[in-house]
Write a protein that binds this ligand. Structure first.
Ligand code: NAD
Ligand code: UDP
Length: 314
């Protein structure tokens, strides 16, 4: 049996990844300090003998005898919601810098294959659209979003150094907006906010005029892409955009959620956008399609309906 480590495994994406790795027949160690995640997300996995939960900070030295037999390391630990990382700016800087160095060093020492989770945020407010992996981005190094954007850029640079200097078996994924069950209800992300306001019939507050765009990937599609980026042969040293290339205006997303929840909520626009809010974001996934034979399958309406059903019951 092969062994996997998932840092950030009690978070939104990490919990889905742990679950599917277990059903694929892997042993899974989930390392998480629960700073933005929740034990509830992994509750159903705790009784599985192939699952181990370690409550720990990946920024601390990683010393654990069970790590010596790891084959695969998925590094997902990091706050991801803008509200979370702006409330936890130092923790965000640290987990993506020191935490990533710890993971890369461990991968080097035990010769494990490693996947580093980066983000579409490294493209900043992009001047090229849609974004391809070879676009360098337009990110602000000195602002509210910089703790996240720049530390993820550092994580990518660190991965490059470890690839070139030590020849480790590493790859990077750049995740675009992902949604689904297990997102914290109060994490402040657009999908969770809008659904929860709509379900309560409360006002849906849009930051700006709602013309900014995002593309939304359902979590099971994303996890499928993460596994392919790790397990498909020949991915060492590669970077993949993983996201859904269907692009929506934020106002359109709000209207869709109101319709699907049959809500009486009203939309309210505001005069100002959030500071440094990217005005458009959409992945070019040609590389993932060609190389990994991966593309998202779940339509927005279907994924939103599943997410709405989840939030009705939590
Ligand atoms: P999340 O906040 O739900 O999960 C992150 C997990 O990491 C949490 O369980 C948290 O407790 C844990 N964590 C944070 N710092 C830690 C530390 N120092 N030590 C151990 N655990 C720590 O976020 P998510 O949406 O599941 O994001 C997972 C990864 O995907 C992140 O690296 C994020 O940057 C990346 N990502 C997510 C999205 C998205 O749309 N969800 C988009 C781009 C990138
Ligand atoms: N947004 C909004 N109202 C909200 C939450 C988000 O209008 O309650 C907007 C936000 O300004 C941004 C987009 O929705 O333009 C996506 O925001 P989110 O926080 O989900 O993540 P981001 O893609 O910015 O990292």
């Amino acid at each position: 049996m092969q062994n996997c480590l998932v840092t950030g495994g009690a978070g939104f994406i990490g919990s889905h990844l742990c679950k599917t790795l277990l059903s694929d027949g892997y042993k899974v160690i989930c390392l998480d300090n629960l700073i933005t995640g929740s034990k509830k997300n992994i509750e159903s996995l705790l009784s599985n003998p192939n699952f181990e939960f370690l409550e720990a900070n990946v920024c601390e030295p990683i010393i654990n005898s069970s790590f010596l037999t790891l084959n695969y390391m998925f590094h997902l630990a990091s706050p991801a919601s803008p509200i979370d990382y702006q409330n936890l700016p130092e923790e965000t800087l640290l987990v993506n810098s020191q935490g990533t160095l710890n993971v890369l060093n461990l991968a080097k020492n035990i010769k494990a294959r490693v996947l580093i989770a980066s983000t579409s945020e490294i493209y900043g407010d992009p001047l090229e659209h849609p974004q391809k992996e070879d676009y360098w981005g337009n990110a602000n190094s000195f602002g509210l979003r910089s703790c996240y954007d720049e530390s993820k850029r550092f994580a990518e640079a660190a991965t490059y150094v470890f690839l070139k200097k030590y020849g480790i078996d590493a790859r990077i994924i750049r995740i675009f907006n992902t949604y689904g069950p297990n997102m914290q209800k109060d994490d402040g992300r657009v999908v969770s906010n809008f659904i929860n306001w709509a379900l309560k019939g409360e006002t849906i507050k849009i930051d700006g005029d709602g013309s900014q765009t995002r593309s939304f990937c359902y979590v099971t599609d994303l996890v499928d892409g993460i596994k392919k980026a790790m397990f498909v042969e020949g991915t060492k040293g590669e970077i993949f955009n993983l996201g859904n290339p269907e692009e929506y205006k934020i106002k359109e997303l709000a209207e869709k959620i109101i319709e699907l929840t049959n809500s009486k909520s009203k939309l309210v626009l505001s005069d100002t956008f959030r500071p440094d809010d990217p005005m458009q974001r959409c992945p070019d996934i040609t590389k993932a399609r060609d190389f990994l034979n991966w593309e998202p399958k779940v339509k927005l309406e279907e994924g939103l309906q599943k997410t709405i059903d989840y939030y009705k019951n939590v």
